[in-house]
Unconditional design. Structure first.
Length: 466
């Protein structure tokens, strides 16, 4: 039996527990799934911190020699083991040959990022010439909006989530103001229905249908950072373009997490950071995408010499030979020391496929969901027992690997107790913990261990509050 087949995670757990003759909550299930995980070797490509190395850990509560439970790849991915080697190679090259490093070595600085763009394109489902590695996420979003947001008196709105990531909200607000419009009139913010926590796809499509004639750009995240909702990017793209809108996505929480098909879906533009699920390190080199259909019709509003054709760039004649598509949006040469860790991570992605990672991710996150619901659901028979509510959509196709957990007790105390016990996760106000079991390096045993630690943390936090 392949435990990673296409049936629902709950069905898989039922089959495995029946096969083993044990409860679905038994650690034997986690061990079985780990033993049958064809991607388990990828964990060896990353450095996992020990519990004792995490500053908040309390070594009176947990064994400091154990690897921590790292469920915060949605904020910062783990360091690939090859990152240091590649950085050291470039520092050594700089020390030994100075300026000649621009044209020499395994990654000549003058085109180092070009060497790994095909690897990046494979992760986002694009052609290599549709992808550029450059700048930071918000810089790229601004550069793209400068060209794709061309408001008119009739079509001047930008549609986005009401609770978009703050940086996206600020970027849209400032772009609208830059073009002489009022954000109060031109920012079209979508909220979930009253009493609901995530947006319904039919409501998004209905809004586009009703408001589309006044919308210049539809801009959504691929995965919503707070709720963990994976949007139906294909359907949103189709609906927006049918109404004459450009459609773009901030894929910060989707890249390396969801199986993206930016080219096949016909997405007009997209951008993403690379330090979350793509593991390039804090402030890592970001990415951007422009579909080939826009390559010769959408021009950069700002130009720099890195957007000039490499073959003629160094003639220095100040006659722009602009590269088509996203390549022409480059401004400056990219920092080679940021190229190195990104290369190290993308090479790990190249050892598998996004389809295989998603297959594992569905089961890994589904396993976490099942255990939380078993142990920490609201119990009417025990009204004072702390419980956990999952606000992330329950359907595997509507989420990535992140589950956003809302607690019946104050979140700060729970978060503190988890950190003391060697769990690296993420707290978001007002009352959510974001837990992300990443298929590249997390295991089913990590999930089982987390559930046990969560019980201790809830008990301890309850005692603190009494």
């Amino acid at each position: 039996m392949d435990p990673f087949d296409a049936i629902s995670p709950r069905k898989v757990l039922e089959r495995v527990s029946t096969l083993l003759g044990c409860s679905q909550t038994s650690n034997e299930v986690a061990t079985y799934l780990d033993n049958h995980d064809e991607l388990k070797h990828l964990r060896e490509q990353f450095l996992l911190p020990k519990v004792a190395e995490l500053p908040p850990s309390d070594l009176t509560l947990v064994d400091g020699t154990k690897e921590c439970i790292y469920f915060v790849g949605n904020s910062l991915g783990l360091q690939p083991k090859m990152a240091k080697k590649y950085i050291d190679e470039e520092l050594d090259k700089w020390a030994k040959m100075g300026v000649h490093g621009h044209l020499q070595g395994s990654r000549p600085w003058a085109w180092a990022e070009n060497n790994i763009e095909e690897l990046m394109a494979n992760v986002v489902g694009a052609k290599a010439e549709e992808v550029a590695l450059m700048n930071g996420l918000t810089v790229n979003l601004h550069i793209l909006l400068l060209s794709f947001y061309k408001p008119t008196a009739k079509r001047h709105k930008i549609l986005l989530e009401d609770k978009a990531f703050p940086s996206d909200h600020y970027a849209v607000e400032s772009q609208i103001q830059l073009k002489g419009y009022d954000p109060k009139e031109s920012m079209l913010l979508m909220k979930p229905r009253p009493g609901e926590e995530v947006l319904r796809t039919e409501d998004i499509l209905d809004t586009i249908e009703k408001e589309g004639d006044s919308i210049a750009v539809v801009l959504f995240s691929g995965v919503q950072y707070y709720t963990g909702q994976l949007f139906d990017m294909a359907a949103i793209t189709k609906a927006g373009q049918k109404k004459g809108c450009y459609v773009g996505f901030d894929c910060a929480h989707a890249v390396g997490n969801a199986e993206l098909k930016l080219h096949d879906w016909g997405v007009d533009f997209a951008c993403w950071c690379s330090y979350k699920y793509v593991n390039s390190g804090a402030g890592g080199l970001a990415g951007a995408f422009i579909h080939e259909k826009n390559a010769h019709t959408v021009k950069p509003a700002l130009t720099g010499w890195w957007g000039h054709n490499l073959k003629t760039r160094f003639r220095m004649d100040n006659e722009m030979d602009l590269l088509p598509g996203i390549s022409g949006f480059r401004l400056s040469n990219q920092p080679v020391l940021l190229v190195c860790p990104l290369q190290a991570s993308l090479e790990v992605f190249a050892m598998t496929s996004m389809a295989a990672l998603r297959k594992k991710s569905r089961l890994l996150t589904g396993y976490l969901e099942c255990l939380i619901q078993h142990y920490y659901n609201k119990d009417k028979a025990q009204p004072h027992k702390p419980y956990v509510h999952i606000i992330t959509p329950s359907h595997p196709e509507e989420r990535g690997c992140q589950l956003s957990l809302s607690f019946s007790v104050p979140i700060a105390a729970v978060f503190q107790e988890l950190e003391k016990r060697g769990v690296a996760c993420d707290m978001r106000e007002p009352n959510v913990l974001r837990i992300a079991p990443v298929p590249l390096y997390n295991s089913f045993s990590d999930v089982h261990r987390f559930i046990t630690v969560l019980g201790s943390a809830l008990a301890a936090s309850k005692e603190l509050l009494q």
